[in-house]
Design a protein around this ligand. Sequence first.
Ligand code: PGA
Length: 250
Amino acid sequence: MRRLFIAGNWKMNMTAADAVKFISEIKDDLVAIENIDIAFCPTFLSVPAVSKALAGTSIGVGAQNMYFEPSGAYTGEVSPAMVAEFCQYVILGHSERRGYFGETDQGVNQKAKAALAAGLTPIICVGETLEQNEAGETTEFVSGQVANALDGLTGEQVGKLVMAYEPIWAIGTGRTASAEDANAIIGTAVRGTIENLFGSTVSEKVRIQYGGSVKPSNVKELMAKEHIDGALVGGASLKPSFVELLQNAL
Ligand code: PGA
């Protein structure tokens, strides 16, 4: 059985001071939650403070991005080793990075390789636009994103990473994919593609999150589905009721 993994993606919200205050308010409740892997992904500048605030707990910390080069003249970038100094996870290829900052499948693939080499667990995001969804192109498009992101990785590496299926039209919109649809797309376009490329031992191991307007009221139905092994949560992870979301997940 795959253990549930729920991560909060704070995006460009909360200063380090806000983040530490928030963690101190909910920490006791968080550590009491069993059978779910939990992580927070703050902005780079808040990562050390959040990591310190969570020290001694099993709650993980992730970055929201990184660069693939190990070091050098890349003004404004953060290397895999810099992330790995504080984090266990790194989100790669989030649709906001792809949409606003020009990230490509090829770049996500380079970053995935570099993250794994640095000992990080990548959370690789894929997902279709509303137009693609309405045109019936979801499965083909998402399968392509998965194949491109994982190109050249070994089955052993793929088995260790995390995928997140996030339909772009469901992110921050309050509009969630139905649990049935999310499960079907994750089962075919994400797990199915991994099975075709790396075999069923790997595809049964890899954890696949759903993301897009996950809230305390809909998490249980989503998490109950066969192929959904967790959630990547944006807006709802910024509120104390994130605890409720986690408690409702199992
Ligand atoms: P949301 O964001 O939960 O606010 O829809 C999810 C995400 O972008 O990871």
